[in-house]
Write a protein that binds this ligand. Structure first.
Ligand code: HXC
Length: 260
């Protein structure tokens, strides 16, 4: 049966919360969920007041992977198209100019971990289990795992977990830099909100430029990356928020950023 709203969206004070809500299937990512996520991202991209995007899973998982039932009988051509669909939607998420924060609890497996890796910041609840178990299903990650995992945690760590398909505990994920914060499960939402609220107070164009410099620079030779950084740094000086930030500092007051 089709889920009516596989992804929920709420927006309050510039903070959007996207919630995967195929709870009974541990938020397994099927085509409908990916399309729903994509539609929400399109809506969000058009909102001038948007400051931060939070992504979470309802129930007892962030997401337990791509939907195995939906994938089982795909042809090679259909499987490629499914991988490309997920990759496109995750890239759409990654390219949002606003910071994105994944709040991860329960399980982040396969496509679920790939989705979390397309976010800028990953905060996890103690007890969460992570992994790319695709090889145990006779396949490989298809939503970016073989590309983003080594970029995040280095080739050695990535191959350790990609090849074995074993699951990592939250503390292991923290140790290799797959997540940056591990908190008590009951605190995940509050801690996530607090960070989101902090990010929402910062200068949006500066945050967007940080993302752009990191995204475009990470695959580029150092010289190109440095040139890009200098150009983006210079562009900050065409914003009202640069004046506000520096004036406020010198006046020993808190800046109020307008996004201009
Ligand atoms: C479809 C899934 C699912 C998945 C869980 N479910 N994961 N359905 N696809 N990825 C369903 C179960 O079938 C079950 O449905 C319900 O959710 C609850 O799951 P249980 O297995 O009963 O729960 P539990 O015993 O607690 O085990 C939790 C779990 C296990 C360890 C997370 O569900 C699990 O191993 N899931 C699969 C993990 C995985 O291999 N992920 C990678 C998928 S491949 P019913 O109807 O029985 O209640 C992938 C490729 C990405 O992600 C790239 C694609 C291009």
């Amino acid at each position: 049966m089709a889920d009516e709203n596989p992804v929920g969206l709420s927006l309050e004070q510039g903070i959007a919360i996207l919630t995967l809500q195929r709870e009974k299937q541990l938020n397994a990512l099927n085509r409908e969920l990916l399309l729903s996520l994509s539609q929400h991202l399109e809506t969000l991209a058009a909102l001038p007041e948007l400051r931060v995007v939070v992504l979470q899973g309802a129930g007892r998982a962030f997401a337990a992977g791509a939907d195995i039932g939906q994938m089982q009988n795909l042809s090679a051509v259909e499987a490629t198209a499914f991988a490309k669909l997920g990759q496109q939607v995750f890239r759409q998420l990654e390219l949002l100019p606003q910071p994105t924060l994944a709040l991860i609890q329960g399980y982040a497996l396969g496509g679920g971990l790939e989705l979390a890796m397309a976010c800028d910041i990953r905060m996890a609840a103690e007890g969460t289990r992570f992994g790319q178990p695709e090889v145990s299903l006779g396949v490989i990650p298809g939503f970016g795992g073989t590309q983003r995992l080594p970029r995040l945690v280095g080739r050695g760590n990535a191959l350790r977990w990609l090849l074995s398909g074993e699951l990592l505990e939250a503390q292991q994920a923290l140790a290799i830099g797959l997540v940056t914060d591990v908190v008590a499960p009951a605190e995940l939402l509050d801690r996530g909100r607090a960070l989101a609220e902090k990010l929402a107070q910062l200068a949006p164009q500066a945050l967007a430029s940080v993302k752009r410099a990191v995204d475009l620079g990470s695959g580029a030779p150092l010289e190109q990356g440095l040139n890009l950084e200098a150009a983006l740094f210079g562009l900050c000086f065409a914003t009202v928020d640069q004046q506000e930030g520096m004036t406020a500092f010198l006046a020993k007051r808190k800046p109020v950023f307008s996004g201009k």
